[in-house]
Design a protein around this ligand. Structure first.
Ligand SMILES: Nc1ncnc2c1ncn2[C@@H]1O[C@H](COP(=O)(O)OP(=O)(O)OP(=O)(O)O)[C@@H](O)[C@H]1O
Length: 450
């Protein structure tokens, strides 16, 4: 970390010149604010450690100007005459700490250590966001089918309100993506979007995950933990698979939705939170209400606005656009031109997609790994696609002899592996010699027939 230290007191400058490098930091020392600003314009400074009163430019003015040149720079202000007014002004310009002078070297070492960790945390966060965007895409809802246009229109309507939204649809059809889009188009877009899968946590954990707990609240609670409602404060909490929520937690959730207050496990105090709730389910909540496994009052509270995401097979016309989008998520190389052969698109279009777009995303990931250079062909798709095609061929064909069926299996495998006989023999479980014999026989039969 490169630290810029600015102070008009020579003695303290000398101490810092000697001690900061010992703590492992690169350091530039300046006698006043103007010189410091000059350095800031030329060098990549990570952290400012500056005196408040300096000739030319005060510490606060320096921090304010520094934001224009290096918005990400960390700033610590020191003063021998602290007062609330200057402290508030300093914090307004994003000062991290306001310190009383003289400050002990050990304290400066601790504070710089914290700043360094904070910077690392930010870097890690940026890297994770980058990976997340690569893995999940930027959250664009792809699809030009009328049903998807209608979904986008509804998102545009409901997003700017604070209404609770219930998203319905089969598993993998894009409910979380819709929830994210609602958040991104809302007035809360710059606040957190927190997603929790209510079905993925055991009943004992879900409550503390949502509401948090105090140290000692239950066996194993060895430290206080903030719940996801608090993490999402100001933003949106997406409760996926809401139908999986145990009845006891449903009652607590209803209370939170009605009062806006949560209480950590083991705590007596209420905490007021401002969170927009978006829920999703693939279950039939009405049926669950009649079976008394889902609270009717909670259902009425969460379905203020309902949005149904159509199953992928109902908008299969979007397959090619979606498939292209998903390939781009995985490939770093040139992704222009034809990404799929027409045969591969036909294969994909013929599938029923019970796992919806998630299933397509998995198939595309599989194909992307196998395909060295685009376009993706039938041979890159998972084996069940060609088995399905073989089965369809057999079902639709007129009666065939065993020999003809064998020949069809060989033809399909040859297509799949682009004529690579070793791979074909392996897949069909025969030796290379047997495969050559069968191919020769087929050629002889073809010539005889001609
Ligand atoms: N319209 C779409 N455009 C682009 N990608 C999509 C679309 N729909 C779904 N996906 C992708 O498909 C995958 C599954 O989507 P998502 O997680 O939103 O589905 P879900 O309905 O919430 O699933 P589950 O019911 O299992 O929670 C994700 O990788 C998502 O990015």
């Amino acid at each position: 970390m490169h630290v810029l230290f600015a102070d008009d007191e020579e003695q303290i400058r000398e101490v810092m010149r000697r001690e900061l490098p010992r703590l492992g930091y690169r350091v530039t020392i300046c006698p006043d604010g103007l010189t410091a600003l000059d350095v800031l314009k030329r060098e990549r400074i990570d952290c400012l450690l500056v005196d408040l009163h300096m000739p030319g430019l005060t510490g606060i003015q320096l921090i304010e100007k520094a934001r224009e040149v290096r918005p990400e720079v960390e700033a610590i202000l020191m003063t021998a005459n602290p007062d609330i007014k200057s402290a508030m002004e300093a914090f307004k310009h994003g000062t991290y700490l306001y310190l009383d002078k003289p400050t002990k070297l050990t304290d400066i070492a601790t504070i710089l250590g914290r700043v360094s960790e904070r910077r690392e945390g930010r870097r890690l966060m940026a890297a994770l966001m980058h990976r997340l965007n690569r893995a999940e895409g930027k959250g664009d809802l792809i699809g030009e089918h009328d049903s998807m246009k209608a979904v986008r229109k509804l998102i545009g309507r409901v997003a700017p309100t604070d209404s609770t939204v219930l998203i319905r649809g089969e598993t993998g059809c894009g409910k979380e993506l819709v929830a994210r889009a609602i958040h991104e188009h809302s007035l809360r877009a710059d606040k957190p979007f927190v997603a929790v899968n209510c079905g993925a946590l055991p009943e004992t954990l879900i409550e503390s995950e949502l509401f948090g707990h105090n140290k000692g609240a239950f066996t194993g609670a060895d430290m206080t933990r903030v719940g996801l409602f608090e993490v999402a404060n100001g933003g949106t909490l997406f409760l996926d698979e809401i139908g999986e929520l145990p009845l006891a937690v449903q009652a607590k959730l209803l209370r939170v939705l009605e009062t806006g207050d949560i209480r950590r496990l083991g705590d007596n105090e209420n905490i007021h939170i401002d969170v927009r709730i978006v829920c999703a389910t693939h279950r039939d909540l009405e049926k669950m209400v009649s079976e008394q496994t889902f609270r009717e009052d909670l259902m009425f509270r969460i379905n203020t606005f309902e949005l149904r995401v159509p199953a992928f097979r109902e908008r299969i016309e979007d397959l090619e656009t979606l498939a292209n989008h998903l390939v781009r998520r995985h490939r770093r190389d040139g992704v222009d031109g034809h990404l799929f052969t027409p045969e591969a698109i036909d294969e994909l279009r013929g599938h029923q997609w019970p796992g919806n777009v998630r299933e397509l995303a998995n198939v595309i990931e599989h194909a992307s790994v196998l395909c060295d250079s685009l376009p993706i062909g039938v041979e890159h798709l998972p084996a069940h696609f060609s088995r399905r095609r073989l089965r369809d061929d057999l079902l639709n064909a007129k009666p065939m002899s065993l020999k003809e069926i064998e020949q069809l299996a060989i033809d399909r495998a040859m297509e799949r592996h682009s004529g690579n006989k070793k791979a074909v023999a392996e897949e069909l479980g025969v030796s290379l010699k047997t495969l050559y014999n069968r191919l020769n026989e087929a050629n002889e039969n073809d010539s005889a027939a001609a």
